[in-house]
Design a protein around this ligand. Structure first.
Ligand code: FE
Ligand code: FE
Ligand code: ZN
Length: 276
């Protein structure tokens, strides 16, 4: 079954986001658990959670996705930033546990000069703590990154080292962001090869989420600028292959393309027509 939705910028509570997702033909959505500007966490009221669970069951919603705030950087060269990031991550995961069974999408981090291997140690240590202490019924997924600046996590080797270093919890997975991977140099014309490499290095069972985005820049550009599906440098046939691939077709697909709700509704409709 196809599970699709988009990132919703307004975190007005689960019910309004669920209605928005439903209104554009979706059955999942992604949201910020914190206000991106103030960093303030959104309130999860018990009634709101209960109504959401009922609505999502009735309308066959799949897992929903909380996106971590951009201020979290577990491998910053500044110790106070690392400390603060661990605290935020821990409190976010505790919140997620009140809506069990859903996904928390995390950017591995930017090493800001420390170098990749020290960065991986810092990320692994913090993730290991949160996974063993706070995380029972939430899946944390590491997002594949474009590799701009000092971003960590643009190769399967780096992601694999983080997963192993943090203790290989079954609650830790990976999110493919198609724009980021394309910008990092993955050639989606060889999708089977990509999945084979992923399975060998990480294990296909850890692939939990797809961010479906086209890219404003050519393959390998390390830029990370999202484009509407079919309007960027990724060939439209790639999206058709991804959405119909037996390993991928049942995962939640989240669009993070530059669209308003009407644009997302149209994009979702077009993508649904690609399902064979
Ligand atoms: Fe992201
Ligand atoms: Fe993404
Ligand atoms: Zn991005």
């Amino acid at each position: 079954m196809l599970n699709i939705g988009c990132h919703l910028s307004s975190s007005d509570g689960f019910m309004s986001m669920s209605y928005a997702a439903f209104s554009i033909g979706g059955n999942t959505f992604q949201f910020f658990l914190r206000n991106p500007k103030s960093g303030k966490s959104i309130e999860l009221k018990k009634e709101d959670i209960d109504s959401f669970i009922e609505f999502s069951k009735k309308n066959n919603f799949s897992q929903i996705v909380a996106h971590s705030p951009y201020t979290i950087n577990l491998c910053s060269s500044r110790p106070n930033v690392r400390e603060f990031s661990l605290k935020m991550l821990s409190s976010d995961i505790k919140k997620m546990e009140s809506i069990p069974g859903n996904i928390y999408n995390l950017h591995p981090g930017s090493h800001t000069g420390l170098g990749i291997s020290r960065a991986i140690d810092f990320i692994s240590d913090s993730l290991g703590k949160v996974l063993s202490r706070d995380c029972k019924n939430t899946c944390i997924v590491l997002e594949t990154m474009a590799g701009k600046g000092s971003e960590v996590g643009s190769t399967f080797d780096e992601l694999s080292d983080i997963i192993k270093g943090s203790g290989s919890s079954p609650n830790l997975g990976v999110c493919f962001d198609t724009c980021h991977m394309f910008d990092a140099g993955f050639d989606f014309n060889k999708l089977d090869g990509i999945l084979e490499e992923f399975d060998k290095k990480i294990g296909i069972e850890r692939l939990k989420l797809i961010h479906l985005n086209d890219s404003k820049n050519p393959m390998g550009s390390k830029k990370d600028r999202h484009e509407k599906i079919g309007k960027g440098f990724i060939d439209i046939s790639v999206f058709r292959k991804i959405m119909n691939h037996s390993y991928l077709k049942n995962l939640p697909f989240i669009l993070e393309t530059p669209n308003d709700l009407i644009g997302y509704a149209e994009e979702i409709l077009n993508l649904k027509e690609m399902i064979q």
